[in-house]
Ligand binder design. Sequence first.
Ligand SMILES: NC(=O)c1ccc[n+]([C@@H]2O[C@H](COP(=O)([O-])OP(=O)(O)OC[C@H]3O[C@@H](n4cnc5c(N)ncnc54)[C@H](OP(=O)(O)O)[C@@H]3O)[C@@H](O)[C@H]2O)c1
Length: 333
Amino acid sequence: MTFGARLVDGLLEATVVGSFTKIGIEVRRRLEHWEDLDQVSMAGKVVLITGASSGLGMAAARRLARMGASVRIVGRDPAKTVAARDAIASESGHDDVGVYVADLSSLDDVRSLVAEVLDREDRLDVLVNNAGALLAERRESVDGHEMSFATMVLGPFALTEGLLPLLERTGGARVVNVSSGGMYTQRLVVDDLESRTGYRGSVAYARAKRALVVLTGEWGQRHAGSGVVFHAMHPGLAATPGVHASLPTFERVLGPLLRSPDQGADTIVWLAAAEEPTRSNGKFWHDRRPRGTHRLPTTREQPGERRRLWDLLVEQAGPSRRAGVDEPRPSAG
Ligand SMILES: NC(=O)c1ccc[n+]([C@@H]2O[C@H](COP(=O)([O-])OP(=O)(O)OC[C@H]3O[C@@H](n4cnc5c(N)ncnc54)[C@H](OP(=O)(O)O)[C@@H]3O)[C@@H](O)[C@H]2O)c1
């Protein structure tokens, strides 16, 4: 990137609104060579995307299918997920789109999903952990975990760990974790991952998204050189059914400045398909560039918190996780 391009990108990044809205992606795509992903072939690659019955997941699935990938979508509502499959296949002109049904907040569902994928697929090139929601009221999953934590941290942890043997066997595989710019407002709080005190939906959501970014860094470190790369990203602010339901004020105020679902999904697709993300591990991206994970000094992890998060997830995800596979090298954190 040239100095001028870096300067414009950095100025945009500092403004938040400019960066997160469609201004961000529309300016950045003019800054330098912005790879045309429609020219990248994903033929022969299998991509599994959670939360693809709507919004960004569906947009990413459609684009990857158009690029020739064999796309597998995961949704919790069978009829909605099958309808999404049909729409993705017809809009992309590519029929190799499969359906799995699972509620990511249920560990039993995630275990069944892992078993089914391992049984049905002979390779997995990309796993996109995208399913998520911001919930106004505190709710608990069938396992008794707070819903944001269950859906956006524990479920993805159990799913990723369960599918790692297949990702490793495939070689050159990638895991893409969809976080949120909201995570910049919160630090990791391992002692209250379940948001038991003074629940606020936006805080529980941001903490879960922060935990997912921390976890991505941990996976990147533990699996350095394993042939699997892990990246997290934030999509900015895109007009999706999820934003319509949970952030109506953003929708009203920012209206036409919100990104389209395709623009929000752009970095997911780029991380799944481009060459550059294979050269690093455990990073956090926005608009195809690595970004810092902190904007405030107060959000930095306390010593040992990363390790405690990992240990807690291992304990809660249960024994079926990676049966018979050696534990990889932990980080120092
Ligand atoms: N749009 C944005 O501006 C924005 C910004 C930052 C981060 N994000 C993140 O991007 C991801 C996609 O969001 P979106 O805006 O596209 O929202 P969306 O339109 O509501 O899509 C969310 C998807 O996640 C699925 N999902 C939610 N909870 C689930 C569960 N327990 N089990 C299985 N699937 C579940 C939904 O399934 P149903 O169809 O059954 O509801 C849906 O397919 C989320 O992780 C979100 O936090 C979005």
